[in-house]
Design a protein around this ligand. Sequence first.
Ligand code: GTP
Ligand code: MG
Length: 439
Amino acid sequence: MYNPINSKTIYALSSAPGKAGIAIIRVSGPEAEKIRHLFSIDLPESKKIQIAKLVHPNTGDFIDKALVTFFKSPNSFTGEDMVELSVHGGKAIKDQIFTILSSEENFSYAEPGEFTRRAFLNGKLDLVEVEGLADLINAETEFQRKQAFDQMDGKLSNLYTKWKSQLVKNLSYLEATIDFVDEEIPPEIVLNQIKDIREVLQELDTHLNDSNKGERLRDGFHIIIAGSPNTGKSSLLNHLSNRDIAIVSDEAGTTRDSLDAYLDINGFPVIITDTAGIRKAKTEVESIGIKKSQTKMNEADLILWLMDSSSEKNDGVPDNIRDKSVEVWTKSDIATPSNKEVIISTKKDEGITQLIDIIGKYVEKGCRTEGSFITRSRHRDALEKTKKNLLTILESDLLDVEVIAEELRSAVNSLSRITGHIDVEDLLEVIFKDFCIGK
Ligand SMILES: Nc1nc2c(ncn2[C@@H]2O[C@H](COP(=O)(O)OP(=O)(O)OP(=O)(O)O)[C@@H](O)[C@H]2O)c(=O)[nH]1
Ligand SMILES: [Mg+2]
């Protein structure tokens, strides 16, 4: 008997939509082998590939020459029987194949993320690995790719599972002592468990104190271009992004709303934002823009504080953001300030390479390059809960075994929720909604 979730055979286009040289159509489920009769082809052995001419079941016409791959359950991505058809990527071919597949009674077009959902439900991937796969598909820079691949490959899952297994072991020892409550509990049994718990807590604490490097790599390093009006902020955004994103004019107060550009700096994702020049606002709209600049500066990972080399009046970096700011002197083509570290001209393309080098150093320091780092607040929240439970244990009366066991149970529960081994139904919607159809 098949699990009802998997009673349908699903199919979808797994390659990108639109015209292309090749299109890959995936079919997964208990009746995937029906492809054989639907298109009058032979299926290769599992994990082997074969060229086949697909034939229309009603007209007998040839549809296309395809490469057919077959994966026999459980040795497939979803854990079910799977067939992959690599056909030529034209619309008429795909339409024809989907029409034929949809005419089968137990076949339906896959929901977004449904292939991966089945892989999870069949134990092929845990939730952290599923999230790693989603990140890998979305990775835009080299270091994002590395982090996502490691996560999909189980690096983070192994760490969380290791802690969980350790705590489960401690819990089972303690529960055994509770069961024999009438007898004397040898104190060293409890103390041995406490020693292990302390070690897990230490590792967990180091993992949590990661300066958000993994999350920053996943989400992008935020740089704000700020300073007085007319210092050349929008010119710098346009220059760095190589596009005319922001309006540039010699009128002070041109930029009102903040504008983002996405850059890849040495393999790291950077979001760079141009903001309204900071001064005493002259209009209501400008005042809203300036407030926005201030909020953005507070949230930024790095601020490029621009000063106009040709101007007598320059507001220096405000004290509250000094330790995450770099002073950048602009318009070096018309005036050169002395003893300044970063001097640029967007007009003459001077000093920009040096500026990018400086930015690169900050970005590299702020993002994960290797190792196991937290990548999502969902994981961080659960790890914080685990930490709280473990701290409570260490601060409690160590002879109160029932209290320790209760806290351990909660700690194990939180860790299990990260990889999705219990109580996960409510989490599934959130995680799989980011997937697109065919993945
Ligand atoms: N000579 C020279 N002029 C520049 C340079 N960069 C910008 N400018 C000029 O400075 C003026 C202001 O530039 P913007 O980029 O609009 O300055 P901003 O800081 O965005 O100004 P607001 O949006 O008003 O805050 C424009 O006339 C630019 O052409 C430069 O490297 N050299
Ligand atoms: Mg501007």
